[in-house]
Design a protein around this ligand. Structure first.
Ligand SMILES: Cc1cc2nc3c(=O)[nH]c(=O)nc-3n(C[C@H](O)[C@H](O)[C@H](O)COP(=O)(O)OP(=O)(O)OC[C@H]3O[C@@H](n4cnc5c(N)ncnc54)[C@H](O)[C@@H]3O)c2cc1C
Length: 479
């Protein structure tokens, strides 16, 4: 049995930031994550946009948090040593109806003080972004829109929380929750946790985790989405984030020039599908949208597809909820249920919000020793030659390139494993291995060997992304 002041359930972006923000107070905090690593759920598959806030209803918590979060994103990313690209966005329309929608969004954003918004004519939009399809009739330019690698941000927040004293408990799924005289008991099938407060950040399962003890008036009705990634070398990529507002009011579309240099296209929308598997019709939809908005892109430059799952929050009558849902069903118990877009943008704001609630409930003192600075793994590919040379002199493993496409060295891979990567995807999320043109076909074998060696397991036991995704299927080491 382990005792804490606060237990956070779920190690996605929201849980990692809740844990980090709890460390601003003198509170013993644990972060329980069901999987073998953090940021393996919704936080690893989304559109990666740091929104400016013009899309939300003025006066709502969502709108306020989004505008504030966007303004503070450079500071946050500098503190956590995570690249952030404030590339700006153009929301584009191709007809009168969508032009009117953009005008409304402009007025909405303007009333909320979203900085720098401008409505552009089609010609102005084409001058700014020549890759757009001819026929664009207007664009809403938002210079403060940006992009960040979501999992890099979440892992950084988790490392920062751990460095400030939070205890990370992986492979630890909350299975049952009960009341005690002082607070709560959480059973995990391994050991029990007792605590005075609980923050439920379990993503797609947040309604069910709340229902382990309290009823949940909000239910998650998941649906799936498909995405494509185009290679860095693809031609005619936009430099801004492009958002498409269709004339028929249907599903929009985004093209995001990522911090890694690739182009993310999507999402599609598939009702009532709940797994992270891509579907051909969803990918066709994304391709068709890309062709409509950015016709110069070549589908042959596609290097990857992936699917995401949206945790859509619904009331008991089945109606959907547009606002952020933060439930407080019992004393010292908060649930973030169905937080979708802009949950990445607002992860720190939401974490701060629930941490402040818990600190007030527990009458906690501020932790003067909190240090928000965290250093990422020094990336050889981001070093100038002098720095890289010095890194090799200090550690020869910086001289051995493992992933040629993304220029990732053995030193980075070993450091990623030291910091908690236990799968191929865990290494990828920390270093970028396998994210380039060959998608890991050249480095996978070396990575398998390094993971097996460092974790003290056989190569057959190493997985791509957790149990059931063994690469070698148990065959190779027996030979
Ligand atoms: C398709 C899509 C696109 C999006 N695009 C954007 C965007 O461009 N910009 C933006 O700002 N936001 C975006 N978002 C929203 C954003 O991705 C999420 O709000 C954010 O990632 C937060 O996720 P999370 O932490 O709630 O969930 P997750 O990342 O899923 O984390 C929940 C964690 O809880 C764990 N868990 C579940 N049950 C238990 C249990 N019983 N015990 C212990 N652990 C448990 C899971 O294993 C998981 O790791 C998008 C979302 C989707 C779905």
């Amino acid at each position: 049995m382990q005792a804490f002041d606060v237990v956070v359930i779920g190690g996605g972006l929201l849980g990692c930031f809740a844990a980090r923000n709890l460390c601003r107070w003198k509170l013993d905090t644990a972060l329980l994550e069901a999987r073998e690593d953090v940021c393996t759920g919704v936080s690893r598959a989304n559109t990666a946009i740091v929104y400016p806030g013009f899309d939300h209803k003025p006066g709502t918590l969502k709108a306020e948090m989004c505008v504030r979060a966007n303004a503070g994103f450079e500071t946050l990313c500098r503190e956590l040593d995570v690249p952030f690209h404030r590339c700006g966005s153009l929301m584009v329309s191709f007809g009168e109806k969508a032009d009117a929608v953009l005008k409304k969004k402009y007025e909405n954003g303007h009333s909320m003080g979203v900085p720098g918004l401008r409505l552009l004519s089609g010609e102005e939009a084409l001058r700014m972004e020549p890759a757009l399809a001819a026929g664009v009739t207007s664009a809403l330019y938002a210079p403060t829109t940006g992009t960040v690698n979501p999992w890099e941000l979440g892992i950084a927040a988790c490392e920062s929380a751990a460095a400030n004293g939070a205890k990370l408990c992986l492979n630890t799924r909350a299975l049952a929750i009960s009341r005690t005289a002082e607070g709560y008991r959480i059973e995990t099938g391994r050991e029990d946790f007792i605590c005075r407060a609980v923050i439920n950040c379990s993503g797609l399962y947040a309604d069910r985790v709340q229902e382990l003890l309290f009823p949940s008036p909000v239910h998650i009705a998941p649906d799936a989405a498909d995405y494509l990634i185009l290679d860095k070398a693809a031609e005619n990529k936009p430099v801004h984030i492009i958002q498409y507002e269709p004339e028929d009011g249907g599903k929009g579309f985004n093209a995001v020039p990522t911090v890694e240099g690739s182009l993310l296209l999507g999402p599609s929308e598939r009702d009532n599908e709940t797994d992270f598997a891509v579907r051909a019709d969803g990918l066709s939809f994304v391709r068709a949208r890309a062709e409509r908005v950015l016709p110069g892109l070549d589908p042959e430059d596609t290097i990857r597809s992936f699917a995401a799952v949206r945790p859509n929050p619904q009331r008991e009558d089945g109606s959907s909820i547009g606002s952020f849902v933060i439930e407080n069903p019992g004393p010292g118990f908060w649930s973030l249920i169905g937080i979708k877009t802009p949950g990445l943008t607002c992860a720190d704001e939401l974490g701060r919000y629930v941490a402040e609630k818990a600190a007030a409930f527990l009458h906690a003192d501020a932790n003067e020793a909190f240090d928000g600075h965290r250093s990422g793994i020094p990336k050889a590919g981001r070093m100038c030659w002098e720095r890289r040379n010095a890194a090799i002199q200090a550690n020869p493993d910086y001289g051995e390139v493992i992933c040629c496409c993304e220029d990732v060295t053995k030193a980075e891979v070993l450091e990623a494993i030291r910091r908690g990567a236990v799968t191929l995807d865990g290494v990828k999320r920390r270093t970028g291995t396998g994210m380039g043109r060959c998608q890991g076909s050249r480095c996978q074998e070396k990575l398998l060997a390094l993971l097996a060696q460092e974790l003290g397991v056989s190569e057959a036991e190493v997985t791509k992304d957790g149990a059931g995704s063994e690469i070698l299927g148990g065959g190779r080491n027996e030979n």
